[in-house]
Design a protein around this ligand. Structure first.
Ligand code: ADP
Ligand code: MG
Length: 686
């Protein structure tokens, strides 16, 4: 297999542009991409023509503006290239206008009340900073999506704004350190994607998996992840075939799929690509999730991207590795080699510490969903409390700065006196901690709370904005300083003192930490209903408006959408449970009781079993009744916020109660009678 030969072959990347565009047009387009400038409209038709010829050569018959509405998944509406030629035939057409801008009815996308239905028009506009690509005979053009009034309706626009912002603020700091040659700072991201694979034939017996993406019933199988024998274990041939086919699809689309392995839970796996620029990484992660589902289908497998498809075993996350690097190739979170670099590193580090501590709420909200609550609020790492892990050595260095003492740990061996008193730091000064929600891993930050099915746009919008805000306040102060070095030392010291409560090197998955975190005044927002109402708090409106990331109106809308989505998901789950209990579980148990009645003539214990089953079935009946009542109540609540609280406090608990009794039946009813596949079938018979 000649991977270099086909890598990126379905992407209209630099080499395709060079081949298909006239030289002048190519240069203009490249400048547009590099300077993030608006596209010169006069070249649009030339670009469109080249792109069309390229796409047709790759088998495309259609094109689409490919965008990321607030549903969290991608949207596309295909148009064919054909246009009547006037004599009964067709020509293949694609104009500059069609490339740059699209218009359509947007009224069925979530808008949180931003767009009244009489203003149903939505527009898409080409984002030349992410390459177009061909998938399934369709030319996909990455675009932003906004309403008639100009309000953003997607996840890409604010992300691009936040990237421009972090560039600006980081450059200010770099200037102060004399880095005159740096022209751009980019936020880079590598997203490690976790997922489950189950056999399609078992999946299809489960309406819960089909409607909700997670099991709402199912008793604990005799074997789960107790033996830790799946993590990094031998990959089954069928799974390996899936992974190989997936890699080929991803490589063709220019996605550098790199590391694959079995994860902790049975039937759970992970795929990590090589990191890239944030905007591209976000697009690529969306494509990756889509490809996983499609390729799985070809192997009679189903790929589950839900955050918690199964009780009793780990859920799935997506580690968002984030860093900043310059156009000159310097990673700003790489502890440097000289005392000056070293001080600069400590300043950027302090900015992240300040940002994360001041905006714990925003980071939590950026990963909030009904599905992810099962991980973050539940009994698995990482917890819902935001804290930061720096590794022992870095932690000790900051402690020394905080206490005004000389650092004399292991790094002392190569200590160089930095700007005044800052110590020199070795570049491998971190160790590993798997339970921390936000860990420094040598030269990047790993945000581990992101859910497996989520778009990584939201967490990165927040990360870029809050770190830029901290850098902004640092730059304001340092630019005015009379003695730069003195002020820098003071600033780092003050920041560490003020925000050290967010630093935690221990086990984040420990009850003792909950108590400690509370003492420190850290937020513990367990559910989406708890955290999302804080999204448009005055503090956050001020922050986002200050930098033009979201207007108050846009923030209000997004808050509503998140809450509404939470309520809808729980509504669908509760209704699915009711339907499964009424239409499957009852019938199955009654059939089995009939069967046992016959056996009771010969087997004494059959009678006892009948009693146990009918008792439990009565409990199921009661639980169905209560859930149904509460569901009706929830549906009648007017505001999304109050409904969300009701779902979190009542409906979810009723669902647990119903599940408990149904699962007891699952444990004792004959498999022949049981109406859906067991956990054992789903997890171990892949
Ligand atoms: P793990 O966290 O499992 O140990 P790795 O250390 O290999 O995995 O890296 C995880 C992810 O972090 C990969 O996707 C990798 O490309 C990404 N990564 C590495 N360096 C950076 C960086 N500077 N910026 C963003 N992501 C990065
Ligand atoms: Mg990782």
């Amino acid at each position: 297999m000649n991977i270099p030969a086909f890598f990126g072959s379905m992407v209209f990347n630099d080499s395709a542009m060079k081949e298909y565009l006239p030289e002048r047009v190519y240069k203009d387009l490249k400048a547009t991409i590099e300077d993030r400038a608006a596209l010169n409209e006069s070249i649009a038709s030339n670009v469109a023509d080249g792109m069309k010829r390229w796409a047709i050569d790759k088998g495309a018959t259609h094109f689409t503006h490919w965008f990321q509405p607030l549903t969290g998944v991608t949207a596309e509406k295909h148009d064919s290239f054909i246009a009547p030629n006037g004599s009964g035939g067709v020509i293949m057409e694609f104009s500059g206008k069609e490339l740059i801008k699209g218009e359509g009815d947007a009224s069925s996308f979530p808008s949180g009340g931003l767009r009244a239905t009489f203003e149903a028009r939505g527009y898409t506009a080409w984002d030349p900073t992410s390459y177009a690509f061909v998938k399934e005979n369709t030319l996909c053009i990455p675009t932003v999506f906004y309403s008639y009034s100009g309000a953003t309706l997607d996840k890409k626009t604010p992300l691009l704004r936040s990237l421009a912002l972090i560039n600006k603020e980081a450059l200010r700091i770099l200037k102060l350190f004399g880095n005159e040659n740096v022209k751009r700072v980019e936020a880079t991201v590598g997203a490690e994607q976790e997922y489950f694979l189950v056999d399609k034939k078992y999946y299809q017996t489960r309406t819960d998996l089909m409607y909700c993406g997670r099991t709402l019933f199912g008793s604990k199988p005799p074997k789960g992840q107790e033996l830790d024998d799946h993590y990094y274990g031998n990959i089954k041939p069928r799974i390996k075939e899936f992974m190989s086919a997936l890699n080929i699809e991803l490589w063709k689309l220019g996605i550098p799929a790199k590391t694959e392995h079995n994860e902790v839970a049975p039937a759970q796996h992970e795929l990590a690509p090589v990191f890239t620029l944030t905007n591209i990484a976000c697009d690529q992660n969306q494509i990756m999730m889509e490809c996983m589902k499609k390729v799985a289908d070809k192997f009679n497998l189903v790929c589950l991207l839900h955050e918690k498809p199964f009780e009793y075993i780990n859920g799935s996350g997506k580690h968002n590795n984030w860093s900043l690097s310059t156009d000159t190739g310097i990673n700003l979170f790489d502890p440097g080699k000289s005392p000056k670099d070293n001080a600069q590193f400590l300043l950027f580090l302090s900015a992240v510490i300040k940002a994360v501590d001041e905006h714990q709420d925003l980071l939590r909200i950026s990963v909030a969903s009904a599905a992810n609550d099962h991980r973050l609020g539940g009994n698995e790492a990482p917890p819902a409390i935001i804290s930061m892990f720096l590794g022992d050595e870095l932690y000790a260095i900051l402690k020394a700065i905080d206490k005004d003492i000389d650092y004399n740990g292991p790094a002392l061996k190569e200590l160089e006196i930095g700007v005044d008193t800052l110590p020199h730091i070795k570049s491998d000064a971190t160790d590993r901690n798997r339970t921390s929600p936000f860990a420094f891993t040598g030269n990047k930050w790993e945000f581990r709370m992101v859910g497996s099915s989520q778009s990584i746009s939201d967490p990165n919008i927040v990360l870029n904005t809050i770190v830029a805000d901290a850098l902004n306040s640092f730059a304001n102060r340092l630019e005015k300083a009379e003695d730069f070095n003195k002020e820098l030392n003071l600033l780092i010291k003050e920041t560490v003192k003020e925000h050290k409560r967010i630093l935690f090197n221990g086990n984040g998955y420990d009850d003792a930490w909950l108590a400690k975190a509370e003492k420190r005044g850290l937020l513990n927002l367990k559910t989406t209903a708890d955290c999302v109402p804080l999204f448009n708090s005055p503090k956050n409106v001020e922050l986002f408006e200050k930098y033009g990331i979201y207007s108050k109106l846009e923030l209000d809308a997004r808050t509503e959408i998140l809450l509404e989505n939470y309520n809808k998901v729980l509504n669908i789950e509760a209704n699915t449970m009711l339907s499964m209990a009424r239409r499957y579980i009852f019938g199955a148990c009654i059939d089995y009781i009939d069967h046992l009645e016959k056996a009771a003539k010969y087997v004494k214990s059959a009678k006892e079993l009948i009693e146990r089953i009918s008792d439990e079935l009565n409990e199921v009946y009661n639980a169905v009744h209560i859930l149904n009542e509460h569901l009706n109540k929830a549906e009648s609540i007017e505001t999304n916020k109050e409904a969300a609280e009701f779902y979190a406090n009542f409906v979810l608990k009723d669902m647990d109660e119903l599940r408990k009794h149904a699962d007891e039946l699952d444990r004792i009813v004959d498999k022949k009678y049981w109406p859906y596949a067991s956990y054992g079938d789903l997890l171990l018979r892949v």
